[in-house]
Design a protein around this ligand. Structure first.
Ligand SMILES: Nc1nc2c(ncn2[C@@H]2O[C@H](COP(=O)(O)OP(=O)(O)O)[C@@H](O)[C@H]2O)c(=O)[nH]1
Ligand SMILES: [Mg+2]
Length: 341
């Protein structure tokens, strides 16, 4: 008990983090997440040591992504589905990717993102979106948080996001199954959904199919099923499903769960599950390499000093953009070249 109190206040060693996460000590898991979310260099190195040690413990959950416009009922739905799974004895972690929360402080995922009822369940762990930084930074933090939750033994990781910028593409790239929550709209069933998004969806849910809305929801289901039929398949042998659901009354949640199970089983049988995960991991690796190269490049002192002159010269038409780009790129390696001579 005493040790537990010390952990809450005191400094943890790398080993404390590793053991604490493995044992699903929630206070330590929360602190490990804070560590990966930190922008401080000294935290970065401990966080990476902790993650490296925990990597063998990861990969055993089903990762679900949920998107939809603000107010579609994502948080209410996740809470209903989450509680159902927790009641069955599963452990559920809920994360969020909300690139807006850092800018406006107010989250567009809404105040229900806290999911008070689910948060209190002993089998659940709810973590709000990391704040600060662009989507790229938020995405890295969420990916690493996902790995920490897996190492802590959560069976399902649910990631909530909204259709802002590239956030849907980002979340699709870290989950096994991607769901969208729709509302019945006035005629336009696609509700201005960006075209590429439709093609990333595995399961489409029409939410708020309750009260006077039931009939409209059923009509929308027919219409959306027809539209989805014309789109290319996201996964081999899987025709995206459309279902009506009420996150508020719980009607349709079980059926939705069944679809998620059928989908993941099918993906596992055809090896697409493993292949997608491998691809996601290598893509993540490459994007980190590219991101870091850019950062290093623009913070190089030679590049920094040359850049304004070259931009001016390009603006004034004194040098071609191609020549300017190559001149700048050569600048980065100038010191290395001098050393070699
Ligand atoms: N009638 C009805 N209302 C719902 C349903 N699901 C969510 N809501 C309500 O819609 C509002 C937005 O829900 P929320 O879960 O915060 O949406 P989010 O922004 O997509 O996360 C809240 O007032 C919910 O109570 C539903 O199935 N039926
Ligand atoms: Mg929400």
């Amino acid at each position: 008990m005493k040790r537990e109190t010390n952990h809450k206040r005191g400094v943890l060693t790398t080993e404390d983090y590793i053991v604490g996460v493995k044992n699903n000590n929630r206070a330590i898991l929360a602190r490990a997440i804070t560590l990966v979310e930190s922008n401080a260099k000294r935290h970065f190195h401990i966080a990476q040591d902790v993650l490296s040690a925990l990597i063998p413990e990861t990969g055993n959950s089903i990762r679900l992504g949920i998107t939809g416009v603000p107010g579609a009922g994502k948080s209410t739905f996740i809470e209903a589905l989450g509680i159902m799974l927790c009641e069955q004895g599963f452990r559920v972690a809920v994360l969020a990717v909300d690139p807006s929360s850092s800018l406006s402080r107010g989250s567009i995922l809404g105040d229900k993102t806290r999911m008070d009822q689910l948060s209190r369940h002993p089998n659940a762990f709810v973590r709000p979106s990391p704040t600060g930084g662009a989507l790229g930074g938020v995405a890295r933090k969420t990916r690493e948080t996902l790995l920490l939750c897996e190492a802590a033994g959560y069976d399902f990781i649910i990631v909530e996001t909204v259709g802002v910028g590239q956030s849907e593409v980002t979340v699709r790239s870290m989950v096994d199954c991607f769901l969208v929550l729709m509302l019945t709209g006035a005629g336009d069933e696609l509700q201005g959904m960006k075209k590429g998004i439709m093609e990333m969806i595995d399961i489409m849910l029409i939410n708020k199919a309750d009260g006077t809305n039931i009939q409209k929801a059923e009509q929308a289901k027919v219409e959306l099923t027809r539209i989805l039929h014309y789109l290319p398949q996201t996964s081999e042998g899987w025709q995206p499903e459309v279902q009506t659901v009420s996150a508020l009354t719980g009607k349709g949640i079980k059926e939705c769960w069944k679809s998620i199970e059928t989908f993941t089983e099918k993906m596992k049988q055809t090896q697409q599950f493993e292949q997608r995960r491998k691809k996601q991991a290598t893509n993540w690796f490459y994007s980190l390499v590219e991101e870091q190269l850019l950062l290093d490049f623009y913070s190089d002192k030679n590049v920094k000093s040359e850049l304004p002159h070259l931009v001016k010269a390009v603006e004034n038409g004194h040098i071609s953009p191609t020549k300017a780009a190559f001149t700048l790129l050569r600048n980065m390696y100038k010191d290395d070249a001098e050393l070699k001579q």
